[in-house]
Structures are given as structure tokens and as C-alpha cells.
Design a binder for this molecule. Structure first.
Ligand SMILES: [Zn+2]
Length: 134
């Protein structure tokens, strides 16, 4: 990948990292918030916000899951940034071909070019789905 392109994607990755960090801050606040409200016994605001989504416990579990998903995405972004620094960003990790720029713009953390990704998806078992989203 050309230096100019690397710089371009570097900027996009930094922006995305900031966005995820902001989201994670919000998730943390939500978790903290619901804990505080639990302690005071006042669920009204929470109940109003999440009226039809079941119990507080359920919501908190969902928030935790969201947090761990964001966490994983963030580490993927950090990894992508490392590849930018190394100059290997945008190269398919399976066949070594350049990953389509249009694909990278949509999936910044993509490690495989479209054909290889398709092959991977074919052999991917249900169990592996969680670990290889990119
Ligand atoms: Zn490939």
C-alpha cells in the first residue's frame, strides 16, 4: 500500500478509535449509573428508559456484552494501527494480495481480501462465528 494511503487509513483508524473510546465511556457511565440507582432504590428513570426490555439485571448483562464487544473491536483497531506502522496494513494475511480500498473503508480492521474472506466464511463453523468477524 502506498504511503499516502497508509496515512489516509491511519487517520480513519484514529478517528474510529476515538469514537469507540467515547462509546465505551458512555457504556461505563450507564453501568455505573444503574449501580448507583440500585443502591438508592430508585429505578424510575431507568425503568422509563428501558421500559420494555426486562429486568435491570438483564440490561446490565447486555451492557456488559456490548462493552466486551467494543473492547474486542478496539483491540482490533490497535492491531490495525500496528500494521499501519509496520507498513503491512491493507495486505491480505492469507494470500498477500492488496485488500480492496473500498473494503477497508467499510471494514477498517479487515485482514483478508474479499475472496479469502469468502473462503473463510465457507469453512467457518457456527462456533467460530464469534471470533472471526473481520
Ligand atoms: Zn487474500
Amino acid at each position: 500500500m502506498k504511503k499516502k494511503d497508509l496515512e489516509y487509513f491511519k487517520k480513519l483508524i484514529v478517528e474510529e478509535q476515538n469514537k469507540v473510546l467515547k462509546d465505551m465511556g458512555y457504556i461505563k457511565e450507564t453501568l455505573l449509573d444503574s449501580t448507583i440507582r440500585d443502591a438508592s432504590g430508585d429505578h424510575s428513570a431507568y425503568a422509563f428508559h428501558m421500559a420494555d426490555q426486562g429486568s435491570d439485571t438483564y440490561d446490565r448483562e447486555k451492557t456488559f456484552m456490548l462493552a466486551s464487544r467494543e473492547n474486542k473491536y478496539l483491540s482490533e483497531l490497535v492491531d490495525a494501527m500496528r500494521r499501519v506502522e509496520e507498513g503491512t496494513y491493507g495486505v491480505c494475511m492469507i494470500c498477500g494480495k492488496d485488500i480492496e480500498k473500498e473494503r477497508l473503508e467499510v471494514v477498517l480492521v479487515a485482514k483478508y481480501h474479499v475472496e479469502c474472506k469468502r473462503q473463510l466464511e465457507k469453512v467457518k463453523s457456527k462456533d467460530a462465528q464469534e471470533t472471526s468477524n473481520y
